[in-house]
Design a protein around this ligand. Structure first.
Ligand code: ATP
Length: 277
């Protein structure tokens, strides 16, 4: 299961400060530290189950999963839902069983189910009798009954096809939607990536990361997701490197002009998913 990449340990020292925006998630997490997993019972709280994070591709869902694990100092086990279905009868259930078993064996831990929609989309409840449906049943039962401190983070680009049972109250503690970043969030994301990369005075030259510069660039990035903002910073720096000179404000402007963000149709789709969610 490990060799196939279905299940892997992810190590990361990512911090919340390395992530721009996602304020609602950060606020929710700020009230919950690692000990909350253990002390829930002592405080008469229901055992923490996990969160479902959905929204735009490249918006930071993977980042936040990694940041939670390093914030709580807990091992992060990533289950790739796209790969779980092996085609061999019984193996997919076995894969899910092993993932749960491993997460419980190393608890307290985090089980990150990436692209959960790839496994459970299109199921229509208990009447369904395929492999996906058996795994879904297995997963729901475990979510309902689990007592080991395993926090589940399920991430999905699209939840519109997921069975409603998964989203019912009591399955996940919270469902978060990662939207296209606002102007303020784009400023934050730009700041994260500029600060991270502009470390050499030879490259930085006269370029200053001022609030005004961030504001102007972020304004031009309307409709960009975090991954696209990171890419434009890389493109601008590459331009400077290729010309063997420090980076200029104009390099960022040009990189923005050359970026094709999520198309209008995708943005439309995302909006309708959000309304649905
Ligand atoms: P996908 O669903 O396509 O896997 P995702 O939502 O999981 O996308 P990430 O993989 O977390 O997105 O983001 C891709 C890259 O984009 C990250 O490695 C990071 O560098 C950058 N990025 C995305 N969102 C943010 C953000 N909010 N703050 C800072 N960087 C971001």
């Amino acid at each position: 299961i490990k060799k196939t990449g279905i299940l892997e340990f992810v190590t990361s020292d990512l911090k919340m400060e390395d992530i721009g925006g996602l304020e609602n998630l950060k606020r929710w997490l700020a009230k919950r530290n690692k000990s909350w997993l253990d002390s829930a019972r002592e405080y008469g709280l229901p055992a923490p189950k996990g969160v479902l994070i959905t929204g735009v591709p490249g918006g930071g869902k993977s980042l936040i999963s990694k940041a939670i694990s390093s914030m709580w100092h807990l091992p992060l086990l990533r289950l790739d839902m796209g790969k779980i279905f092996s085609g061999i009868v019984g193996s997919s259930e076995e894969n899910m069983r092993k993932a749960i078993y491993t997460a419980e064996a190393i608890a307290p831990s985090i089980l990150w189910i990436d692209e959960i929609e790839k496994g459970f989309s299109g199921l229509n409840g208990s009447g369904d009798s395929g492999t996906s449906s058996r795994i879904f049943g297995q997963f729901l039962t475990w979510m309902q009954e689990k007592t080991a401190p395993v926090f589940v983070i399920a991430t999905a680009n699209n939840i519109s096809g997921l069975p409603p049972e998964l989203m019912r109250k009591g399955r996940f503690d919270e469902i978060f939607f990662v939207d296209l970043p606002t102007l303020r969030e784009r400023k934050e994301i730009l700041h994260v990536h500029l600060k991270k990369r502009l470390t050499s005075p030879r490259v930085t030259g006269a370029f200053n990361i001022t609030d005004e510069v961030l504001q102007r660039l972020a304004d031009l990035c309307d409709g960009f997701v975090g991954a696209e903002i990171e890419q434009l910073v890389i493109d601008a720096l590459f331009e400077a490197y290729a010309n063997d000179r420090p980076v200029l404000y104009e390099d960022f402007e040009r990189a923005i002009q050359n970026t094709v963000p999520l198309s209008i149709t995708q943005a439309e789709q995302i909006r309708s998913i959000r309304e649905w969610a």
